[in-house]
Design a protein around this ligand. Structure first.
Ligand code: MN
Length: 233
């Protein structure tokens, strides 16, 4: 079998503590999953989970200890950071029960759901899709994935983001409205999950704009950190 054009590279994320990598199939994202963030965006924080997607090759994988370079994207003057726990699916399925959902999780990472907030606000106003606001190139910086068995305390871990050394976002994973098991249950009712899927589980309050030259340091307790510098295009 031959292809008529070069075969695209499989996007992948480093795995902590080794040289193996996790191949990415799809990137799902949960909207408004922390009450305080839902409120800062003008909502009650009491709605069922909803989802959007980013292309798999929107990942910007960053090795532990390294600094990733993210080019400040085109078309926006309001690039927001959203620090999030990312779930890496190792075993697929559909209609997965929340109580058994963690059996499908291979590991966890910290990620940034970078957002062209001005374009998202315009899309909301016009009733248009969010793709241009959420699914642009390099919109999903992500640190190394840690196997789930190595982070038994993930459900109550601290999550935080610093910009240029100053605190911007700080919360705990147990403040999610929908926990990881419930997210997987809802997602797998709508799509069949498969190994390689990543789920960005929503951001806590404190989202704000970042500028070219800023250094973003994202952390979830127990996981490899994520350091990204925004560079001028
Ligand atoms: Mn988000």
């Amino acid at each position: 079998m031959s292809y008529v054009i070069p075969v695209p590279t499989v996007p992948s994320v480093p795995v902590a503590g080794g040289t193996s990598r996790f191949p990415v199939r799809r990137i799902y994202c949960v909207g408004r999953n922390y009450a305080e963030h839902a409120i800062e965006m003008g909502h009650s924080g009491r709605e069922p989970p909803f989802f959007f997607m980013k292309p798999a090759d929107a990942v910007l994988p960053v090795e532990p200890g390294a600094t990733g370079n993210m080019a400040y994207p085109s078309l926006t003057s309001s690039l927001h950071h959203e620090v999030e726990l990312v779930v890496a699916i190792g075993k697929g399925g559909r209609d997965i029960e929340a109580g058994r959902a963690l059996e499908h999780v291979w590991g966890y990472a910290v990620g940034l759901d970078m957002t062209r907030r001005d374009l998202q606000a315009e899309a909301k106003k016009q009733g248009r899709p969010w793709c241009i606001a959420k699914g642009f190139d390099e919109s999903a910086p992500i640190g190394a994935i840690t196997p789930a068995a190595q982070v038994p305390g993930i459900a109550t871990a601290a999550i935080e983001l610093q910009v240029n050394g100053g605190a911007r976002q700080s919360s705990r994973i147990d403040k999610m409205i929908w926990n990881v098991g419930e997210i997987i249950a809802h997602l797998s009712a709508a799509w069949e999950l498969a190994p390689g899927d990543l789920i960005f589980t929503g951001t806590p309050e404190g989202v704000a704009a970042a500028a070219a030259g800023d250094v973003l340091e994202a952390r979830v307790e127990g996981l490899a950190g994520l350091r990204v510098e925004l560079v001028r295009r």
